[in-house]
Structures are given as C-alpha cells and as structure tokens.
Design a protein around this ligand. Sequence first.
Ligand code: G4P
Length: 289
Amino acid sequence: MTTIQWFPGHMTRARRQIQDKLKLIDCVIELIDARLPLSSRNPMIDEILLGKPRLIIMNKADLADLEVTRKWLDYFKKQGHVAFPVDASTGTGVKEIPAQLKLLMKAKIDKQISKGMNPRSIRALIVGIPNVGKSTLINKLAGRSIAITGDRPGVTKGQQWIKVGKEMELLDTPGILWPKFEDMNVGYRLAVTGAIKEEIMNLEDIAFFAVKYLSKYYWEPMKERFGLQNETPIDPESSDEIIKVLEDIGRKRGCLMSGGRVDIEKASRILLHDLRAGKMGRFSMEEPF
Ligand code: G4P
C-alpha cells in the first residue's frame, strides 16, 4: 500500500499566501466538498483565517446524499457558522452568496452607514482544497470565464478584483488549502471522490475502499448499477467478498485479460468513474459525529 505523503512545506506556503491576502479582504468563502465536509477542509482553517468572517459553502451538493447534507448543515449551525449547499457547476445556490455575505458583514456595514460613510463593496476571497470547485464558482459568480492562474512561488502579480454585481468583489486568485491526510481514511475518502490524484495512491486500493464503503452504506445503488447477483449485501469486513464484487463488476463490463482473468485495474477505474459521475446516485462519505 502506498504511504501518502503529507508535506508540511505545502501547508506553510499556502498559509502564508492566504494570510497575505487577508489584509485585502473583508471575508472568506470557504469551499468544502459536500460529500466529505471534514476531510475536504484543512483542520487548521480557524487559525489560518485569523478570525475573518467566513461563509462555508458545501459545494458539489448535487452529488451528496441530501439527508446527510442536512445533518451537516445542522452541525455547522450549532458550531456558529453560516453554511449552505451549492452546485457551482449548474449554479444552484450561487445567487444566495452575495446576500449571505452582506448578512455576514452587516455589523460592519451598519457601522459605516452610521458614520455617514458610503459602504464600499464587500471584498471576499475564495479558499478551498484543489478540485473542490473554486474556479467553477468564481466563473459562476462572475458570470463569465476567468482565467484562474493559481499561485506560483516567486511570481508576484497584481491583484485583480472581479466584480460580482454592485455589492461584491472577489479576488481573482483563490487560496489553495491542503487537506491534511495523515489519517489514511481521509486520504482514501479524498481519492474516492477524485479530490486527490490517483497517482498518489494505488487505484485498486482506492476502489477496494470504495466497495467496502458502498457495501456498508449504499449497497443497493451499487448492486443495481452493476447488476450484481448477490442475494444479500456482502460483508464489508471480508476482503475476499470485496474483491469478488470488483471481479463481478469487471466481468459485467468486459474487463477481461487473456486467459479470462478479470482486469481489476480497469474494473476499479470504471467503478470510481461511475461513482464520481453520480451514476450510482447521490452519496456522502462522512456524517457528523
Ligand atoms: P478548483 O478550482 O477548486 O481546483 O476546482 P475546479 O473549479 O477546477 O473544479 C474541479 C472539478 O469539479 C471540475 O470538473 C468541475 O467541473 C467540478 N465541479 C465544480 N463544482 C461542482 C459542483 O458543484 N458539482 C459537480 N458535480 N461538479 C463540480 P472536471 O471534470 O475536473 O472538469 P470539467 O470536465 O468540468 O471541465
């Protein structure tokens, strides 16, 4: 099994880059993946943001289990955060963002008004782990396609502001946070959803983890998608049964090698592709505890 490397150097740089930008903005839009709200955020986020007001957006909510998402919304509310689900790819929920930011900044805006000042537009920074949908959301908010360049070490470029309506401006370069995957399960959850590249981890291990998880929580959708013949759900603790499911998937999809052996790598790829594309319906990989 590949050991996942967690590079503290990445985090130190990302933290410095985000903190440099905090001086320029009023509040932060933190994007997390609705399917794995804890694993897809950096556990040091509170320290990194130095108390900046923050809106939590559960992106890719179109792919997540509705009931589990509701539980997470409750969880964040109890923690005193404003969170809501969004599908940045179609734009569902995106229109709410400017109004929610205004609410978040209400005290500051009211203060400016009471001093006779004309409140300027709210300046926000989008932060999140790679692949969570930062560029997609920026484009949706802007209503046009923006070339997001990303941060590069040693390259200083002027900050660009993207106007969103009359009352909001976004920094054009999102802040990249790194997930913290010292825990193997966090790494696997991120890999199953496609948040981290397969090269980092073994593809078949990722598929094994996915089948184990699906057989526990989403057995029927998997059974239906791949026409599995099992009468009852498999035992998620049995490696043999998990491998047999992968073999059955491979056979159903014609992933055969010479001699009739199943190409497990191909079967793994198909399973993960279908899962990520929502072909097995909505799924979430974490519930609040
Ligand atoms: P990033 O800037 O945070 O790295 O993420 P980015 O916007 O590039 O999004 C990563 C992938 O996630 C993209 O898919 C994007 O379309 C998809 N995505 C973003 N938001 C949502 C969402 O709310 N729902 C769903 N279902 N998908 C979302 P891709 O396959 O990498 O690229 P593309 O084929 O869409 O171009």
